[in-house]
Design a protein around this ligand. Sequence first.
Ligand code: 5AD
Ligand code: FES
Length: 345
Amino acid sequence: MKELIKKLAASHSLSISEYERLVKERNDEAAKLLRRLAVETRQKIYGNDVYVRGLIEISNICRNDCYYCGIRRGNKNCERYRLSPEEIILCSDEGYELGFRTFVLQGGEDEFFTDEILGGIVRKIKARHADCAVTLSMGERSFESYKFLKDCGADRYLLRHETADPEHYGKIHPSSMSYENRVKCLHNLRELGYQAGCGFMVGSPFQTEKNLAQDLKFIEDFKPDMCGIGPFIPHKDTPFKNFSAGSLELTCYLLSIIRLIYPPVLLPATTALGTISPTGREQGIMSGANVVMPNLSPVSVRKKYELYDNKICTGEESAQCRECLSNRMKKIGYKIVTSRGDVKK
Ligand code: 5AD
Ligand code: FES
């Protein structure tokens, strides 16, 4: 194991079977070594800086029906909402005052957000706050749509690949969705000049260690600017309600590996990680992550953007959420910085 880890740290590459072994045969000692190397690697590029992104959950209306997701179309118990363009702009203004220089507009695949409407929102945010980056996380769209939004000023796009195994992809998504289109979208985003982010859930139903190895190889090949990984957490109104959640330990282990695969990657300690453990995000940072994403959505809608059960930060005002994370980072020796926080390639 030690040899394998050293090889990864030196060459940033392993074969799928080597990645699989790294996951299967993991132990405390391996985790400790990976963590130390990952933190050293991140330190060299980003120091003790942790970037913040203001997350605005703009709509929980979604045309898709992913089996794991609480806002899937088929969930009749989900109380739907959509923020108006004015409300979204207001959130970004409030975020700007709080020091945020990156806004992430995230939502389901809601047909209301046509290119004109979404593009108009991006344009307005960029016009009001020229020094900010706008990240979109609005699912699969056409090449032309991604191009239009880029021309409106969008800088980054998050689209988790969810799993790099087409067969596994088919087990957690309805047949109307495909792995091929997912990956095509990621390549289109890259080609259009977006900083592009992929990612996956740890411990999603039917996921094998081989699947995780495939995810790691995918990341090694794609070299994403951002990579969102967090534990799967069941949602009570989904077909996967009886599956168990992914683990904190494995998620942190994978965060360390991903830092070593692609040292400059912007790697968030996700809300899902903070949901499965009260110190999840802190442990994520101490394993090699370097981004946190406090919630900027209006408090009135936060509980409704429930991708999984017991999501944290749903009661706090934006300012409180930001404060809370600053304090948490300070306590573990890190410092939140309020720059755009672009990838340092
Ligand atoms: N548990 C954890 N993460 C989830 N996501 C969706 N549903 C869940 C869940 N039940 C993740 C998906 C999606 C991102 C926005 O949230 O990976 O891409
Ligand atoms: Fe819309 Fe999962 S159902 S992202």
